[in-house]
Design a protein around this ligand. Structure first.
Ligand SMILES: OC[C@H]1O[C@H](O[C@H]2O[C@H](CO)[C@@H](O)[C@H](O)[C@H]2O)[C@H](O)[C@@H](O)[C@@H]1O
Length: 612
């Protein structure tokens, strides 16, 4: 019978700040893209079958009980298997800053003597290219070559070929250790040198514990917040400062459905929020790296601003479907690339400008061209804010006048005006004030439905959208404004299902099938955190805490969250782990710890509107 990938929450993440791998609680690495997050996967069983590549290292007794944890608060994963023969620990990690990307797997015997099995089936090019396998004469390593890619596997136990895979069967007794080291390299260069397992393990543990030790996070939710920060750090491409939305492609938003997307790119929306979390966590260097990535990526003509880029700022992210991959539990298609790169999403202007404003407030060193870049964006926005767009949810059913898109345009002007006022920067501030006020009036007039007593997803529409919960967070209206009270009540009534928040209704298309997609999706975790944020802003602290803690309960045993949750199946769905969910978790926890912390520099704006 062919191998079926595990439930999404049964995976753990390891990474080296260039790429990541997903390790199943069964000891199988089912997802790995080498050498970068967005490279073709060479282990792709996660969205296919074992024939598309996986690396199993586990007791031969497949009925073993497992427990997992990260060592020293970092990203070194320990999975302990308990079998009738005894107990072993599997330690998986990717060393940081090595000459060539590497995964190290160490088996430690803890009790008894356990029969083990290792089965490596590497398939380059997203699970399709069978490599040419040879043995190295000097150190017994095995090399795998397919086109430009090479991998070398070194171990102290005998390896053999079987059914187009590399396998090993061995026994580990208490106190014994066996290691496997697999390294990637370009096939035209010499095979990468062997690494010393113990010193790499010590170095990697120290890297992560030093990193987490730098954060100033305290309070009742500190552990969850730190895990979210480590996850965000793991999604960072250290060489450029770019941050991917998630390390996977096409984990489905509905199991068996077509809502499957490639998240291995940098969305300005997601990444600017990561910047804010990193700044709050005390990680100024990472925040600076990302801000510099942003400046380089969007450099040039403001009309060419994209909503997302590749991890080095690449602009062409052509979307295609991978015909040979069956998809996660038959969720097809598996997509590579993302056509959303060509969309207009007006909220992104607000996100970017607000993040730059916050960076200034946080005293991040500013490059000289930073302000002129921002002015260019705002001037371009002045020309286009009246246009319809694809919105924050990246609909594929055609452009609309999304209420929240316009409110975020308001934010772009609001923060730029404050930049001029607070930092004495040059800009046509009078004109910007007029545009800001015009946008605000338009949103209040066209985006609010009197009959429903609620803001709506699109201008003059009736359908709701959970992103409206962000209006107080960005400072557009205070949370206790009667229009927000009405909106929150309407969202609670229409968008909350099984206690979690849907982005919008996909089953009841009041204003038409706006997203243009068939099928439904799970509850969107970030939106549910946003509801908790509004509860905090409205002083409904008990409800906020209860909702937040229910969300914390959805994390897997390692503290990781996917994009969505399917309450019917009681499973995480969507790409995993997702920055958006972890960012939202971090923000809500910050907010619960101190209600007065402005989540996006909004406090002054809200006060200003209260006074008006
Ligand atoms: O739902 C349709 C869209 O779904 C994806 O976008 C979502 O993920 C992004 C990254 O986290 C996030 O920024 C966005 O707000 C979400 O809607 C997908 O990438 C899109 O191509 C797709 O149209």
């Amino acid at each position: 019978m062919s191998y079926k990938p595990l439930a999404i929450e049964d995976y753990g993440l390891i990474g080296d700040c260039a790429s990541c791998a997903l390790v199943g609680r069964n000891g199988s690495i089912d997802w790995l893209c080498w050498p970068r997050f967005d490279s073709a996967a060479c282990l792709a069983a996660l969205v296919g079958t074992d024939q598309n590549g996986r690396w199993l290292l586990a007791p031969a007794d497949s009925g073993a009980r497992t427990e997992r944890r990260y060592l020293d608060d970092g990203l070194v994963l320990e999975t302990v298997f308990e079998t009738d023969q005894g107990s072993v620990a599997l330690i998986d990690f990717m060393p940081i800053d090595v000459a060539a990307p590497t995964i190290i797997r160490v088996i430690e015997g803890r009790r008894g003597a356990v029969d083990m099995t290792m089965n490596l089936r590497l398939r380059f090019d997203y699970g399709t290219s069978v490599p040419w396998v040879t043995r190295l004469p000097d150190d017994g390593g095995i090399t795998f070559i397919a086109g430009p890619a090479l991998a070398v596997l070194r171990t102290t136990v005998p390896l053999e070929g079987e059914d187009f895979a590399t396998v090993s069967r061995f026994t580990v007794a208490a106190g014994e250790r066996v290691s496997f080291v697999m390294t990637y390299g370009p096939s035209h260069l010499p095979v990468p040198a062997a690494l010393d397992v113990d010193s790499e393990l010590t170095r990697t543990k120290r890297f992560w514990s030093d990193w987490t030790g730098r954060s100033a996070i305290e309070g009742p939710y500190a552990d969850a917040m730190k895990r979210s920060l480590v996850t965000l750090k793991a999604l960072t491409y250290a060489a450029t400062g770019g941050i991917v939305a998630a390390p996977t492609t096409s984990l489905p938003e509905q199991v068996g459905g077509p809502r499957n997307w490639d998240y291995r790119y940098c969305w300005l929306r997601d990444a600017t929020l990561t910047l804010i979390a990193l700044m709050r966590g005390g990680y100024d260097q990472e925040a600076r790296d990302w801000r510099d990535w942003l400046h380089r990526s969007i450099a040039g003509s403001p009309e060419q601003l994209q909503i997302m880029y590749g991890i080095a700022g690449e602009r062409q992210l052509m979307e295609w479907e991978v015909p040979w991959l069956d998809g996660y539990e038959n969720s097809q298609p598996v997509r590579v690339g993302n056509a959303a790169a060509g969309q207009l999403q007006l909220d992104v202007y607000g996100e970017v400008v607000a993040a730059l404003y916050l960076a200034r407030r946080q005293n991040l060193r500013q490059p000289s061209h930073g302000w002129s870049l921002q002015v260019g964006l705002v001037e371009h926005l002045e020309q286009i804010w009246r246009e319809p767009d694809e919105g924050m949810w990246e609909v594929r059913g055609g452009r609309q006048h999304f209420t929240v898109s316009k409110a975020f345009c308001w934010m772009a002007f609001d923060r730029s005006i404050r930049d001029v006022e607070e930092y004495d920067l040059p800009g046509p501030v009078e004109r910007w004030r007029q545009v800001r006020d015009e946008i605000r009036d338009t949103v209040l007039r066209e985006g609010f439905n009197q009959e429903k007593n609620s803001f709506t997803q699109i201008f003059n529409g009736r359908a709701l959208d959970a992103s409206l919960l962000l209006l107080p967070t960005i400072g557009f209206l205070p949370a206790d404004d009667p229009r927000m009270l009405g909106t929150v009540a309407a969202i609670e009534k229409e968008l909350v299902a099984d206690g979690f928040v849907l982005r919008y209704r996909t089953d009841d298309e009041v204003d038409g099938n706006l997203d243009g997609l068939p099928g439904n999706e799970g509850a969107f975790l970030a939106c549910t955190f946003w509801l908790a944020d509004v509860y905090v802003q409205q002083g409904r602290m008990d409800e906020a805490r209860a909702l937040f803690e229910r969300l914390l309960g959805l994390r897997n045993d390692l503290g990781l969250l996917a994009e969505e949750y399917d309450p019917r199946l009681n499973r995480q769905v969507g790409n995993f782990p997702q920055a958006f969910s972890h960012l939202a978790l971090f923000a809500t926890a910050t907010h619960l710890n101190d209600r007065n912390v402005p989540l996006r520099g909004e406090a002054d704006g809200t006060a200003e509107h209260k006074a008006a």
